[in-house]
Every structure is written in C-alpha cells, then in structure tokens.
Design a protein around this ligand. Structure first.
Ligand code: EPU
Length: 428
C-alpha cells in the first residue's frame, strides 16, 4: 500500500490565496462514509472482495492498517481498487492506536462479532463534534444475544450463539444501523431493525453484503430485515459517489466559480442541498450525473435545519455556513444531529464572518467580505468550510490541523489547483 503525505498530517499547513475564479471540471471520488463501512464489511467474507473507486484518504490508510493487523491481505491497485483477501484472517484483539484514528473503526465490532462471535477492540476515535455515544450499537449487539463489557479502554463483545431479534433504534443512527446489520448477517434466524437510518451509504453496505451472499431487504427504508446465512463469499463492488465531497465542491463552486462542472454525482442524494441552492439563487443546471454551477448570481439568505437523510446533511452544514456569509440578509442554521457542531462558524468569525452561535443554532448575516487569517480545521467538515472560505477571502488563509481534511477529501489540492485555485502546503 502506498501511503501519501503521512508527514503532512502534523507538520504542514494548507495555504490558499483567495479571489481566483474557478473554472473547469472536477470528478467526485467514492463515498468516504460508505468506504469506511464497506472495508470492515468485506472481512465478513471468506473469499476475495474487490472494491472499486476507493478514495485515497487517510481513513482508508488507517483501515488498511487494521486489516493488516487482522492478517487480511490488502492490495491497492494503481487505479485505486482495493483487493481484500480475508482467507488467512485471524481474530486478533484490535487494541493498537490505529483504532483511535477514526470513528469508523467501530464497524469492526459488528463485523468481527458477526464472523467470530467475539471481538476485543479499543474505544474508537473520530472528529470531535460534541458527545458521540455508541449506546445504540451496544444495545443492538446485546439484543442479538451478545455480552458486552468495557475494561481498561477496550470493549469485549461476545456470544456463542448470535440470534436474530426485533431491534428498535431510539435514534435512526447510521453507525448503529450498519453495525447491527453486519453483526446479524450470520446470526440464527431473522433480525429486524426498526427506525433504521436511511442514508445511501447504508444501501451500499447492504448491497455489498448481498453480493457476498447475505439476505438483507429494506435497506434505504426505516425497516431492514436480515435473514441469517452460513457463508459469505467474494464479490466485486463499485462504491457510490461521495455525496458530501460532491456537496462541498458544489458549495465552493457556488461561492467561487466562473463555471464549474462537478461530475460523478447522484443528484438524488443531494436533493436537500440543491433545493437550498436554488432558493438562494445559485445559477446551476443539474444533469443526470453532474451539475454545472456558474458564479456571479446575487445570493439570498436561507434557513437550514440539518436532519437525517433525505434531510439537509449535517456534514454539509459547515461548508454551507461559509456560503451563507456571501448571501444577502440573515440566515439561520439549526443543527439537530450534533448540537455542538459550530466550531467552523467560530473559525469563520476569525475570517470576518458576521455570525452568532447559540446551543444548536447559528445565525449568519451577509454578505461580508472575508479576509485571510490563520485558522484551525477542528474537524473534517470544519476544514472543508475553511477551504471554501479561503477561496473567496482576500489575501492568504492559513489552515492548521489539516490531517482532519486529509481524512476525507482525496487529492484536494490537485482538484482545486486544476480548477484554478491557488492552494499549497507549507511546513508549519
Ligand atoms: N447517537 C447516539 N447513540 C448511538 C449512536 C448515535 O446517541 O449509539 C446519536 C449521535 O450522537 C448523533 C446521532 O445519533 O447525535 C446520529 O449519529 P449517527 O450514529 O447517525 O452518526 P455516525 O454513524 O457516528 C455518521 C457519519 C458522520 C455523519 C453522521 C450523521 C460515518 C463514518 N460518519 O456518523 O460523518 O455526520 O453519520 O449523518 O459514516 C463526517 O463525514 O464528517 C462525519 C462526521
């Protein structure tokens, strides 16, 4: 496996000289949040699984390291395909620091419990968005008959006889839905997940599992039914395009483009964003698998409230906040998924944004001219918000803690440079 820019994570900053109008085409990669579940899902198989369109992001590198700890053979082809061979896999406790590099390592709970009836794993890490409990995952495993203990920072989850059950999720959690689905594929009998999350990434995980031989129906609705089976074989699978990466490029084009085409998207997955952009007055045309955005339109303030899919994605709230600084009037943001996810708005204030933040809400008044200043990517999507800001700010914006950005945006510098942005990395 090649590892790109490992050194960038701690020692470099991204610098962006604002004010250059963007032109051209940008191609969206495979979905990060699908990939980070598809890779753990692949180890449920007993044969080779090939995943196409894997984004070159540090979360994938971390997951690959975890697979190697489990003695799974991983090969990254030149074109980005990931070939995962779990035929010599061993259920080794996942207690190294690699697990804490990303939140999605919790998918090894469901995958290893499902395959071996036992998993020992360190508490997962991930972006600091305020409290992010995993109680629903744990309750789901327990409902399938597993014993769960937490000792010295490690979870031990085990069962001699996982058995299907009716599970109602108090919150339609993406992670809990996927984790329970993975734990239930080999369980005896039928599992029904009620109030399941409906995000497109869940359909993608159910699709790969079904290609491997699982029997999962209803993914994408709020009731998922899993009939336990005995064996999962290999398969080939193409990841869905990343709707959050796509949304980020669409937003930055709305803020900084002359004319930009964002390619390899599924517009249906972006409906909530695209309809807000229309409401704001963004000049764009939506095609079957791309969108053309033209700059220069006068933007109007709008209100958004984040929600589970198909509502406005919380992951796009931060970059969208940057765009709102350019809209005429007062916009309101209500954040219903992570009430404390407003660190990006605080950083935008350093760049000149006129914003007020209260619990679960923010208010942005525009338009304001942003100016370059040193800021910090406090999490992945905060980083995205600051990149959008840097593109339109006067002067140079310097973004620190860019390892967050590299967790989720493949080839960001290259893609933006190709569009005509002035972006580079420097030693801190
Ligand atoms: N929640 C609980 N208990 C649980 C699980 C979740 O209370 O056991 C709460 C959370 O605290 C949150 C809400 O339920 O308030 C929704 O959380 P969810 O479980 O759906 O989120 P997640 O699976 O941890 C994924 C994405 C996030 C994205 C959220 C919401 C991945 C790896 N992460 O997280 O993506 O914000 O769904 O859509 O898929 C990102 O990409 O930047 C990112 C943070």
């Amino acid at each position: 496996m090649t590892k790109i820019r490992e050194d960038d994570h701690v020692s470099k900053v991204i610098k962006i000289e604002g004010g250059h109008k963007l032109n051209g085409r940008v191609r969206i990669d495979g979905s990060k949040n699908a990939t980070v579940a598809l890779i753990p899902a692949a180890i449920l198989a007993h044969e080779v699984v090939t995943i196409y369109g894997v984004p070159d992001i540090s979360d994938v590198h971390a997951l690959t390291e975890i697979l190697e700890e489990l003695n799974v053979k991983v090969t990254r082809a030149e074109n980005g395909d990931l070939i995962i061979d779990p035929s010599n896999m061993e259920n080794i406790p996942l207690i190294t620091d690699t697990v804490t590099k990303l939140r999605a390592s919790y998918y090894f709970m469901g995958a290893l419990l499902g395959k071996y009836g036992r998993v020992e794993i360190k508490m997962p890490g991930g972006c600091d968005l305020g409290p992010r409990p995993i109680d629903l995952h744990i309750k789901g495993f327990e409902a399938l008959g597993a014993d769960v203990t937490y000792e010295h920072g490690n979870y031990i989850i085990s069962s001699d006889n996982l058995t299907g059950n009716n599970i109602f999720l108090d919150i339609a959690s993406v992670g809990a839905t996927i984790n329970i689905m993975m734990a239930a594929v080999y369980a005896n009998g039928r599992t029904i997940i009620n109030n399941a999350a409906k995000e497109p990434e869940i359909i993608d995980v159910a699709t790969i599992l079904n290609k491997m031989g699982a029997n999962i129906r209803g993914a994408g609705t709020n009731e998922i039914i899993i009939e336990g089976i005995n064996y999962l074989g290999g398969c080939n699978h193409e990841i869905i395009p990343d709707r959050i990466e796509a949304g980020t490029y669409i937003i930055l084009a709305a803020a900084a483009a002359q004319e930009v085409v964002v390619e390899n998207i599924i517009p249906l997955h972006l409906d909530s964003l695209l309809s807000k952009l229309v409401e704001m007055g963004v000049d764009m045309d939506v095609h079957i698998d791309s969108v053309t955005i033209r700059g220069g339109a006068k933007l109007e303030a709008v209100d958004i409230s984040t929600n589970t899919y198909p509502g406005f994605a919380t992951d796009l709230q931060s970059p969208f906040a940057t765009l709102l600084t350019q809209a005429e009037g007062r916009s309101h943001i209500v954040e219903t998924i992570y009430k404390e996810r407003f660190k990006a708005v605080s950083e935008l204030q350093r760049l000149g944004a006129d914003a007020k933040i209260s619990t679960g809400q923010a208010e942005i008044t525009g338009p304001t001219s942003l100016y370059g200043a040193p800021v910090k990517a406090t999490d992945l999507r905060c980083g995205a918000a600051l990149v959008v800001a840097g593109l339109i700010a006067e002067g140079v914006t310097e973004i620190r803690d860019i390892y967050h950005i590299d967790r989720g945006y493949a080839n960001l510098d290259e893609k933006l440079t190709q569009l005509g942005a002035k972006i580079w990395r420097e030693e801190e």
